[in-house]
Design a protein around this ligand. Structure first.
Ligand SMILES: C[S@@+](CC[C@H](N)C(=O)[O-])C[C@H]1O[C@@H](n2cnc3c(N)ncnc32)[C@H](O)[C@@H]1O
Length: 433
């Protein structure tokens, strides 16, 4: 298989292609790279670049230079699969590298076309590109390092390059997990000892330990987004639940802002009780606290729940299961105390609101790992009426951003907001970007 690289900086590739596994792979004939200098396709005394049309100072590679490079390489090695590099391309991940590795194996000739300056004339990409790749949401000075990144990632999949096929199949991102921690000699280093279990010789125990450590690194090390993009079986869901701290929710009918500007209480509603209970059960929350100091309101909730906790159990078991997690408490402190009894730890309080607030540290729906690493149970607070009072917000450790869509309307019901918040924070979300 031939890889043609058409670049303004051929020298950058010489050591890269000669050294290490890539050099050896070429020696073994797994693939052959040919680096061509784009300047060799410029007419004598003519520039290779030209200013971009419209305001802005950038220079672009002239389309005819790229066209000549492609024609010349295809004349030598036959039709090619053409890969361009740009921040606006598809962001590279392990799925794409595996897919492109298959393409490398199928095609006899692949061309890599890294740009420089402000990039390629858009028509060139439109006309030629089979694939445009980005190596991340940042801008480099040129596409040569991205081209090398792609080669490094893809060549690992080709037979005869990496020693043991196993090491590729078990790598980070080959499935939902990142790699487990590994250790070598010496046994003791800087006061840290290699974990005993991996020296035990018990293969089953080592495999279990490695999977658990990999799962911890994935969930607590900032890769929940990757983990949740997979479809998981019940066993994996259970294992993940055992690593993520327990989550709780409290619906505040006390200490909320009222329409007239005072802070006070609000009335419970049957729909909120049932629907939030069902959402909480769906997303694995442990308990759903209904916070109201008013005895008549507590009685109403007891009556509403009573049916589902007794006779309703045979009528609709799932509903029974969901409402079992509902607990009536007369204050936020009582809910927190209950969590401390359950888990032995004080919960972290995470506020939610339809408005921006400065009262506590702002986090986003991408910050789960940061919170989970603290190792405390998490209590999500939902407000009723016109939202949580300032006094409650000041007690919170963190606040999540208001939910927003592509409109100006900002009047979600609390039960709808609850479902969205649970889903954004804890939901599995099968997708391949
Ligand atoms: C200075 S960059 C051009 C950036 C371009 N004006 C933009 O804002 O998207 C020059 C070239 O470097 C390469 N490059 C820079 N960042 C990249 C990235 N994140 N992924 C892939 N290629 C990149 C591309 O080939 C790009 O055309």
């Amino acid at each position: 298989m031939k890889v043609s690289i058409a670049t303004l900086f051929p020298e950058l590739y010489r050591p890269f292609l000669q050294e290490s596994l890539i050099g050896r792979a070429q020696e073994k004939g797994v693939f052959q790279a040919e680096v061509t200098d784009l300047f060799s396709f410029a007419e004598p005394k003519k520039r290779i670049d030209a200013p971009s049309f419209g305001p802005g100072a950038g220079m672009l590679l002239k389309p005819e230079i790229i066209a000549r490079a492609i024609t010349s390489q295809e004349h030598k090695f036959g039709p090619s699969y053409k890969i361009f590099f740009s921040p606006h391309g598809k962001r590279l991940n392990q799925f794409h590298t595996k897919r492109i590795a298959h393409i490398f194996q199928e095609k006899k000739h692949v061309m890599l076309l890294p740009a420089r300056y402000e990039g390629m004339d858009a028509r060139v990409e439109e006309h030629y590109a089979d694939e445009i790749i980005s190596v991340g949401d940042y801008v480099l000075m040129g596409g040569d390092i991205p081209a090398m990144v792609l080669l490094e990632a893809i060549l690992r999949y080709l037979p005869g390059i990496i020693g043991k096929d196993e090491s590729v199949e078990k790598d980070s991102f080959s499935g939902p997990l990142v790699d487990y921690p590994e250790y070598t000699e010496p046994l003791e280093w800087e006061g840290m000892t290699v974990p005993e279990i991996i020296r035990s010789g018990n293969h089953q125990k080592i495999a279990d330990w490695r999977e658990n450590e990999a799962l911890k690194r994935t969930l607590l090390g900032g890769h929940f987004e990757w983990f949740r993009s997979f479809d998981h079986d019940k066993v994996m869901v259970k294992k993940a639940q055992s690593i993520i701290p327990p989550h709780y929710v409290a619906l505040m009918h006390d200490e909320v802002n009222l329409k007239d500007g005072r802070v006070g209480t609000s009335s419970v509603t049957s729909l909120d009780i049932h629907d939030i209970a069902r959402s909480a059960a769906t997303y694995g929350l442990k308990k759903y606290f209904l916070v109201t100091p008013l005895l008549d309101q507590q009685r109403i909730v007891e009556t509403l729940l009573g049916f589902w906790q007794t006779t309703g159990k045979t009528y609709n078991f799932e509903r029974h299961q969901a409402v079992q997690a509902v607990k009536i408490v007369d204050s936020l402190d009582k809910a927190m105390a209950q969590i401390e009894v359950d888990t032995g730890k004080k919960p972290l309080l995470i506020a939610t609101s339809a408005k921006e607030h400065e009262a506590c540290e702002k986090i986003t729906y991408g910050d789960q790992s940061q919170i989970w690493k603290e190792g405390c149970p998490v209590l999500l607070l939902l407000g009723t009426a016109s939202g949580l009072s300032d006094a409650v917000l000041k007690r919170c450790d963190y606040i999540l951003p208001p939910l927003k869509g592509l409109s100006d309307f900002n009047h979600l019901s609390v039960r709808s907001a609850a479902a969205i918040i649970f889903d954004r924070w804890l939901g599995l979300n099968l997708h391949r970007s």
